[in-house]
Design a protein around this ligand. Structure first.
Ligand code: XIL
Length: 375
């Protein structure tokens, strides 16, 4: 596999931009086919026609080392989100250490190929280093929150389309007020940490769309969705600058999508004057033994159910899958997907290991193509 150094990767981007050719790093040129007939049937073309962004979470190393993967991203997407590069443990590994290289390189790649980038995520209970947890317990929570958001958002001021400012703040099982997750942030600053985060974010980058991102809204007998709506409503009632709700949208192949509940949630979000994004769409599976054709059929059925439920109420301006190709998916990691004990290949993304579009991808393409064209 072709392993580019960071310098080669960036040089490649720079040379291609200078040459005015279809902007791509030297190693990518061979794999990018921008033939007009292909362009018309890509996810990117369908999204463009509908006036929205379609994309995926990616790791920079995969773009640098796999030209076919990078070529597929460029051809099929107009939006990208770093899977890990903007999380605390990468971007702020120690109190006085910052590492923006991976996110900078991904932003340079996106810019070179006409993609936008979104930020994920500023305040989360995971990927949160112990040094930061310790400072929270010592009473430095608000100054740490301010310093991190001002530094990270400030670095990309005016350059990112949107930000998941707070991620996964609701967890009813923790029995806290408002169903809030018992996170280090809640323990240190109380429920107001959320409002603080959005106010700091809004003054740091007034150009960015500020998103509250969460998952499994139909979970906990649907109570989780109600708690998310109540949280968002309370923030808006306090004049907190919040512009959109991000539905992570991690579907489960064995489970029929609760269309009425999803649609009702989307209706409520729109009624509050907020945008709604699909931020991490993928389909987890229980059955890894069946043939791909039957697995793909079930996966595509869930995607179809879900997109119909959402699109019946709104047109998300941003639609991202959590991974572009099944070659790289967190669903192959038994730490997160207990059913995948042997890290089996997965089918719950729009492109397969060979960068061929899956029935998931076909279903997403059809749903995007059925949206009304941008005015
Ligand atoms: C996951 C990544 O995909 C993994 O590689 C990482 O080890 C853990 O985090 N919801 C989120 C994402 O908001 O940030 C998580 O990403 C998946 C669940």
């Amino acid at each position: 596999m072709n392993h580019l150094t960071r310098r080669q990767f960036l040089k490649g981007l720079g040379l291609s931009l200078a040459a005015g050719c279809f902007p791509c790093s030297l190693t990518l040129a061979a794999t990018i086919n921008s033939a007009p007939e292909q362009a018309a049937t890509t996810l990117r073309a369908a999204a463009k026609r509908a006036g929205l962004y379609v994309g995926a979470a990616v790791q920079l190393r995969d773009l640098k080392n796999e030209p076919d993967f990078a070529g597929t991203l460029i051809r099929e997407c107009n939006l990208v989100v770093p899977e890990g590069a903007l999380k605390w443990n990468v971007v702020h590994p120690q109190y006085n250490q910052w590492n923006f290289n991976p996110a900078n390189d991904l932003l340079a790649f996106a810019k070179a190929h006409g993609l936008r980038m979104r930020g994920h995520t500023l305040v989360w209970h995971e990927a949160f280093p112990d040094w930061a947890k310790n400072l929270l317990t010592q009473g430095y929570g608000l100054s740490l929150l301010e310093e991190h958001i001002e530094k990270v958002m400030g670095t990309y001021k005016g350059k990112l389309l949107s930000w998941d400012v707070v991620n996964e703040a609701i967890n009813l099982k923790d029995g806290q007020q408002q169903g809030l997750r018992k996170s280090p942030w809640l323990k240190a600053l109380g429920p107001d940490y959320i409002a603080h985060a959005y106010r700091i974010a809004a003054r740091t980058d007034p150009t960015a769309t500020l998103v509250y991102n969460d998952y499994m809204l139909t979970g906990e007998e649907g109570q989780k969705g109600a708690a998310i709506l109540a949280l968002v409503r309370s923030l808006l009632d306090k004049g907190v600058p919040l512009h959109a709700v991000g539905l992570q949208s991690h579907l489960w192949a064995p489970k029929t999508v609760d269309v009425p509940k999803i649609s009702a949630f989307c209706r409520e979000v729109k009624a509050m004057g907020l945008d709604l994004y699909i931020t991490e769409l993928d389909v987890g599976e229980q059955d890894y033994g069946s043939d791909f054709a039957s697995r793909d059929k079930l996966v595509a059925q869930r995607v179809d159910e879900y997109l119909n439920a959402v699109f019946s109420e709104c047109t998300p301006r941003e639609i991202l899958t959590w991974g572009l190709s099944t070659r790289h998916s967190w669903m192959k990691d038994p730490r997160y997907f207990k059913t995948n004990t042997r890290a089996e290949p997965v089918r719950g993304l729009p492109f397969d290991e060979d960068m061929q579009r899956t029935p998931f991808g076909d279903t997403l393409y059809k749903a995007l193509s059925a949206l009304p064209p941008a005015s």
